[in-house]
Write a protein that binds this ligand. Structure first.
Ligand code: NDP
Ligand code: MG
Length: 401
């Protein structure tokens, strides 16, 4: 029986994680859950999974949850509030596995804390790694933690890697294993064929309607701009110790192949299946065992034919920005990630246009292209500065459009 802490329990990844627990109550026990403010969902999870501790980062949400738990007669569950409480949550001795599924750079400190506490860390929160890069990997190296990728592409790559590389996440050398390229697949999102003249009028509802995956709002918009693939490009660099030249983005609209590893001898290993995050989640939770995830096997006789294409940077300028950031260094990556979080939130709030996201990202990234980042304090400072710049650009666009 393994003790589990789920950060971001009320989100898309959090709920899929808890569905795996529901299917394997003899293997996993929920020790703690966290969310920001969605109280009703958290209350329902408390009643079902009976965690010892719950953190609602939002203070009024925590108060409301306490009241709801009292009313439903549950006096055992400890409810805490604030970001600091997340750090204690992941360190608790009963916790063996931490699912890092907070969205955005807010997940950085608790995820890093879980690494430092030698936990088995399941990384969905790609922004945590993108924003801190080498600092995160150094902390992993210095700990006894295990880091397993949840992002479907990185989980697919992990599954296609030899055992030696699987055992050395963050520092294995692909050349030692005859690997010539990492092929990072992406569907191209909902606007793969939309005429470019119409991009200015794209609404948040259209951007969030992903053709293949059901996800939280932020990552859905990132998938539509392909910033998500860009963040994944940087995530892959750190997880598998790659240079930008080792990674090739391949558009694959059907999302059946979740990524591939190409070897020197001409072999290409691919991981395939229906697009359902419970597959990578179950894989990582039980690794190296395989367990039922509730996902149907892929039907080869009733499927669309597979297509592959190159990504067009005119259609997806955010992908180009992220690849440029990956080559430029940590300052550019941290700034780009922060700007993007602000720009996407403003787009979702209907304050700016879809096409403004890339404009804001480019401007802000440019300001921090050569900024040196050596510590977590540097990351946090740069993250705040970049957010401030992005917010003033949002204000300017609101006033001038
Ligand atoms: P959701 O928006 O569905 O869920 C986000 C979760 O994080 C919620 O539980 C939310 O709480 C919590 N949260 C939000 N802000 C904060 C904060 N400031 N502090 C603490 N907790 C917070 O996102 P997803 O589940 O879609 O994505 C989570 C992460 O996983 C992202 O980094 C994403 O890129 C990654 N990922 C997601 C995939 C997917 O299929 N969804 C696939 C691959 C990666 P509340 O509900 O209270 O707001
Ligand atoms: Mg992904």
């Amino acid at each position: 029986m393994q003790g589990l802490s789920v950060l971001g329990a009320t989100g898309s990844i959090g709920m899929s994680t808890l569905d795996i627990v529901r299917r394997h109550p003899q293997k996993f026990r929920v020790i703690s859950l966290s969310a920001n403010q969605r109280v009703e969902q958290m209350h329902a999870l408390c009643l079902e999974f009976k965690p010892q501790t719950v953190v609602m980062v939002d203070a009024s949400a925590a108060e409301q949850l306490k009241l709801m738990l009292m009313q439903s007669g549950d006096h055992q569950i400890q409810v805490q509030q604030g970001e600091q409480s997340l750090l204690d949550l992941v360190k608790a001795p009963d916790v063996d596995i931490v699912m890092a599924a907070i969205v955005g750079a807010s997940g950085l400190l608790p995820t890093l804390e879980a690494v430092k506490a030698d936990k088995k860390v399941l990384l969905a929160n790609k922004e945590a790694l993108v924003t801190s890069g080498q600092i995160f990997i150094d902390a992993l190296h210095a700990s006894k933690a295990t880091l397993l990728p949840i992002d479907s592409e990185h989980n697919a790559i992990f599954q296609c890697l030899p055992k030696g590389m699987q055992d050395s996440v963050g520092h294995g050398a692909i050349t030692d294993y005859g690997i010539s390229k990492i092929l990072l697949t992406g569907s191209g999102g909902p606007f793969r064929t939309l005429p470019l003249e119409q991009f200015d009028t794209i609404t948040p509802e259209q951007a969030c309607a992903h053709p293949n995956w059901d996800m939280g709002q932020k990552i859905s918009v990132d998938s539509a701009t392909m910033m998500n693939k860009g963040l994944e490009f940087i995530e892959a660099k750190w997880l598998f110790n790659l240079s930008a030249d080792d990674i090739q983005v391949v558009l694959h609209p059907q999302s059946t192949i979740h990524s591939m590893v190409q070897y020197k001898d001409g072999s290409v290993l691919a991981q395939m299946g229906n697009p359902d995050m419970r597959t990578p989640i179950a894989h990582a939770m039980a690794y190296p065992e395989r367990i039922d995830a509730g996902v149907q096997a892929f039907d080869f006789f009733n499927c669309q034919s597979f297509q592959f294409a190159q990504a067009d940077f005119e259609r997806y300028p955010n992908l180009k920005l992220a690849i440029d950031a990956c080559r430029a260094g940590q300052g550019a990556c941290t700034a780009l990630n922060a700007a993007n979080e602000i720009a996407v939130a403003a787009f979702l709030a209907k304050q700016i246009k879809f096409t403004d996201i890339a404009k804001i990202n480019a401007e802000v990234m440019q300001s921090f292209l050569t900024t040196d980042v050596r510590s977590i304090e540097d990351v946090l400072r740069l993250d705040q500065e970049a957010r401030k710049q992005a917010s003033s650009q949002v204000d300017w666009l609101k006033e001038n459009s």
